[in-house]
Design a protein around this ligand. Structure first.
Ligand SMILES: NC(=O)c1ccc[n+]([C@@H]2O[C@H](COP(=O)([O-])OP(=O)(O)OC[C@H]3O[C@@H](n4cnc5c(N)ncnc54)[C@H](OP(=O)(O)O)[C@@H]3O)[C@@H](O)[C@H]2O)c1
Length: 256
């Protein structure tokens, strides 16, 4: 059981207003460190899981979400300089560039109206004609992060549409990838998963924060957990807050 008086950083909020009014958005953003609180480089993960730990249902995560989770999704995107996502999620969730209408302009950390999407892919099995690669807003060109040994024909086709970053030769080096993104000026990085990418990021000790929505459903089945990686590794997290709305829990964990 969580008591509101357990520490200065622990807050239990009775209810997140579900309607995306400017006041509700500003209140929600205040729990996730807007403005000066994001001055330091940050790699934050945002994931949703069912009460029994599934991160997808029928191959997608949409049915685990709800109004307040969707609002949090847009708030965290608005606070980010860049969105980092695995190629598996791009393929299954049919990712497209972030639209200005999906972003709360007043929360943007810099001058860029929308954060670009950066995709991690070793195989480069990505559709070069997809809107993700062809329809990004000016200043938010999609980035594809891959290895030096990725298939050259695929790389050439993608490089006509997106910025390609090489991180590692035989194996993708996520430490080098994040360092390259920081070198391009992206300080506040939001990863939206999926479990494969998040597992590799966590194993490389690159994840500073995990924002985890727990959805009030049992999904059963064999869906992945929030992280998927063969090697075992435990890391202690501290709980910054828990919010709740309509049975959904919104936990913000920090790596100690
Ligand atoms: N519940 C949630 O919040 C949430 C969020 C996102 C996704 N999802 C769900 O998760 C599923 C997709 O997740 P996933 O785990 O299969 O895929 P993923 O993590 O999105 O992407 C995995 C892919 O990313 C590339 N990659 C990531 N790390 C790499 C590394 N260290 N080295 C080389 N390549 C790397 C590889 O791409 P290549 O194969 O191209 O080499 C790999 O196959 C979908 O069902 C989606 O709906 C749920």
């Amino acid at each position: 059981m969580i008591h509101p008086d357990e520490g200065p950083d622990l807050q239990v909020i009775p209810r997140v207003t579900p309607g995306p009014t400017p006041a509700a958005v500003a209140e929600l953003a205040s729990y996730y460190g807007n403005g000066a609180a994001l001055a330091n480089p940050l790699l934050r993960a945002n994931m949703v899981a069912s009460a029994d730990g599934a991160t997808s249902y029928g191959g997608r995560s949409r049915s685990l979400s709800g109004p307040a989770d969707r609002m949090l999704f847009t708030v965290l995107r608005s606070l980010a300089d860049l969105i980092l996502v695995g190629a598996g999620t791009v393929r299954t969730e049919r990712y497209r560039p972030v639209q200005a209408a999906e972003i709360w302009a007043g929360l943007r950390p810099g001058d860029a109206p929308v954060p670009p999407i950066a995709v991690v892919s070793g195989s480069l099995a990505l559709d070069p004609d997809s809107s993700l690669l062809t329809a990004a807003a000016p200043g938010a060109q999609t980035i594809v992060i891959t290895t030096g040994t990725a298939p050259p024909d695929r790389r050439a086709a993608i490089a006509k549409r997106a910025r390609v970053i090489e991180a590692g030769n035989d194996r993708l080096d996520l430490i080098a990838a994040v360092s390259a993104l920081r070198g391009l000026g992206y300080r506040s990085i939001l990863t939206e998963g999926g479990p494969g990418l998040l597992g590799h990021l966590a194993a490389a000790e690159l994840v500073d924060e995990l924002c985890l929505t727990t959805s009030p459903v049992l999904a059963l089945g064999k869906a992945d957990r929030v992280t998927k990686i063969p090697s075992a590794h435990t890391e202690r997290l501290s709980l910054a807050h828990v919010l709740h709305d309509d049975g959904f829990l919104f936990s913000r964990y920090r790596r100690e």
